[in-house]
Design a protein around this ligand. Structure first.
Ligand code: F6P
Ligand code: MG
Length: 458
C-alpha cells in the first residue's frame, strides 16, 4: 500500500465504532452463535451432542481471546487445505504485523471483522466434525425470525409493487416520470439496508423493525441522504436511454430477509420497466456479518413468500399481492433474467480495489452496465475503510476502481466510520448535532444507521 494513503480504523480507537464493536457487539454475536448451536443440539439433534459441544468450546475460547486481547494467529496449513482462500488472510496478517502486532482489541477493524467470520466458519467446516455442521448457518435462525417479523414491511412493498404495473403503462415514453419511479425503488432498496442483524444483534423487537421499514419512515428520511449522486448515475450510466439495447445490472447483495426482498422488488421494477434486461445478484458463500445473503437464503426467501404460514396475516387479507410478487420473481428467475451468483472474493478481507486482480470476477462484472453495491460493509470495502477526510471525493477513495471501467453505484446506510464525498463543514455539523441529541461520542453519527449516502462513479 503506498504510504500516502490514510491509515485504517483500529479497534482501540475510542472514537471509532470499532471500539464498541470489539467490546460489545462481537461478544454478543458470538454468544448468540453459542446459544444457537446449543439450541440445535438440544431441540433437534441430540445425536450431535459431542461435535456441537466441541464447537461451543471453540466459540467460548474465542470470547476469552477477545477479553484477554489475545494475539490474532495465522490460519494453519490444515485450515488452508480445507479453504485455500484463507492464504490471503495470512498474507495480509503478516503485512499488518509488520506495523504493529495484531491483537483482537487493537488490530485493524475491517481486516479483523472479515477474519472473525472466516475463523468461526472454520469451526463448522472442520474435517473432524460431523458433516451436518459443514453447511450449517449459525445465523439462519435469527435471519428467519427477523424476516418473519418484517411482515408489515413486506406487505407494504407487495402492495406498492401491485400498483406499479398500472403506473408503468402511464409513464411510457416519459423519461422524467420513469426517473421518479426509479428513484423511489432505489430508495426502497437503500433503506432496506437499515434492517441489519449485526446491529440489531441479540434482541430484535418488532418496534425496532417497524422503525426502519415502511414508506412513511423513508419519506421522513429523505433529508438524511447526505450524498445523492442518483441523477448523475441515471444520466451517465445511460439507464434512461430508450434504445432497445440489452442492459445488465448487477447487485452485490448485502443482507438477506427484508433487505433482499427490497432488492428483489427493485429488480422487478428494473425488469418490468425494461430499464434492465438481466439482473445478476451476488451472494456470499459462508455465513457472513450475521445477516448477509447466501444462495440458500435466496431459495429460502422464495419458499417463505409462498408459505401461507410464514406470513399468515398477508395470506389472510392480501394473498394476491404476495403471490403476484412471488410468481414474478420465480418467473424471472426461471427464465434467467434474475441470476444468482456467488464468489469467494466477497468473503475475503480485501477491499474492492482488488477486484481487477480476480480475473474471472472482473470479467463478469465488466459485462455489467451498472454494478450496485448494497450496504455498509460493501461501502467500507469500496473505500478501503481508511480514515479518509470526509470531504475526499468518492472517486479518489475507491482508488484503482475509478479507472476499472466499472460503473459503480453504492447504496449505503452509514453504520461505520468511513464516509466520503461530504460538503465542507457537514461532518462537524453532524458531530455537534449528534452530541446535542444526547450521544456521548458525536463522531458516532456516521455509524448510527440514521444517515445514508448514494455514491456513483463511472
Ligand atoms: O458497524 C456495524 C457493522 O457490523 C459493520 O461492521 C458492518 O460494516 C456493518 O455493520 C454491516 O452492515 P451491512 O449489513 O449494511 O453491511
Ligand atoms: Mg450485512
Amino acid at each position: 500500500m503506498p504510504s500516502t494513503l490514510p491509515p485504517p480504523y483500529y479497534n482501540d480507537d475510542k472514537k471509532s465504532f470499532a471500539y464498541p464493536t470489539i467490546h460489545k457487539r462481537w461478544p454478543t454475536i458470538i454468544q448468540g452463535a453459542i446459544d444457537d448451536v446449543r439450541q440445535s443440539v438440544d431441540e433437534q439433534h441430540p445425536e450431535l451432542q459431542k461435535s456441537g459441544t466441541a464447537i461451543v468450546h471453540k466459540l467460548e475460547e474465542l470470547l476469552t481471546e477477545f477479553k484477554n486481547d489475545a494475539k490474532v494467529r495465522a490460519f494453519t496449513e490444515q485450515e488452508i487445505a480445507i479453504n485455500p482462500y484463507l492464504e490471503h488472510f495470512n498474507t495480509s496478517l503478516a503485512h499488518f504485523n509488520q506495523a504493529r502486532l495484531v491483537t483482537w482489541q487493537t488490530g485493524p477493524w475491517l481486516y479483523l471483522e472479515c477474519y472473525l467470520y472466516q475463523f468461526v466458519n472454520n469451526f463448522f467446516i472442520d474435517e473432524q466434525t460431523d458433516k451436518f455442521w459443514h453447511t450449517y448457518d449459525v445465523f439462519a435462525r435469527l435471519k428467519t425470525k427477523t424476516f418473519k417479523q418484517s411482515e408489515l414491511g413486506v406487505l407494504e412493498l407487495c402492495k406498492r409493487y401491485e400498483s406499479l404495473s398500472q403506473q408503468l403503462g402511464q409513464v411510457a415514453g416519459d423519461q422524467e416520470a420513469l426517473y421518479l419511479l426509479f428513484a423511489e425503488f432505489i430508495d426502497i432498496s437503500l433503506w432496506g439496508n437499515a434492517t441489519d442483524l449485526s446491529l440489531l444483534a441479540g434482541n430484535v423487537t418488532l418496534e425496532d423493525i417497524k422503525s426502519v421499514q415502511g414508506a412513511e419512515v423513508r419519506k421522513k428520511n429523505e433529508e438524511k441522504i447526505i450524498v445523492n449522486d442518483l441523477k448523475n448515475a441515471w444520466v451517465e450510466s445511460g439507464l434512461g436511454n430508450t434504445s432497445d439495447k440489452s442492459t445488465r445490472i448487477d447487485i452485490v447483495l448485502d443482507n438477506s430477509g427484508f433487505e433482499l426482498f427490497a432488492d428483489l422488488i427493485l429488480s422487478l421494477f428494473l425488469l418490468d420497466s425494461k430499464l434492465a434486461s438481466e439482473i445478476h445478484v451476488h451472494c456470499k458463500e459462508i455465513p457472513w456479518f450475521v445477516s448477509d445473503t447466501m444462495p440458500k437464503d435466496f431459495d429460502d426467501l422464495l419458499k417463505q413468500l409462498s408459505d401461507g404460514e410464514f406470513f399468515p396475516e398477508i395470506y389472510k387479507d392480501d394473498a394476491k399481492s404476495i403471490t403476484t410478487v412471488y410468481e414474478k420473481i420465480t418467473s424471472y428467475y426461471k427464465s434467467n433474467k434474475i441470476i444468482v451468483n456467488h464468489h469467494p472474493f466477497w468473503t475475503l478481507d480485501y477491499n474492492y480495489w482488488a477486484i481487477p486482480k480476480f480475473a474471472d470476477l472482473y470479467k463478469q462484472l465488466k459485462e455489467s452496465d451498472l454494478v450496485i453495491f448494497k450496504g455498509d460493509l460493501n461501502y467500507r470495502k469500496l473505500t478501503g475503510d481508511l480514515q479518509w477526510p470526509k470531504t475526499t471525493p468518492f472517486s479518489e477513495a475507491i482508488q484503482e476502481l475509478k479507472s476499472s471501467g466499472l460503473s459503480i453505484l453504492s447504496l449505503r446506510t452509514c453504520k461505520a466510520d468511513v464516509v466520503v464525498g461530504l460538503p465542507q463543514g457537514l461532518n462537524e455539523k453532524l458531530i455537534k448535532e449528534y452530541e446535542e441529541a444526547g450521544n456521548e461520542v458525536g463522531e458516532f453519527w456516521s455509524s448510527s444507521g440514521k444517515w445514508a449516502v448514494i455514491s456513483f462513479n463511472k
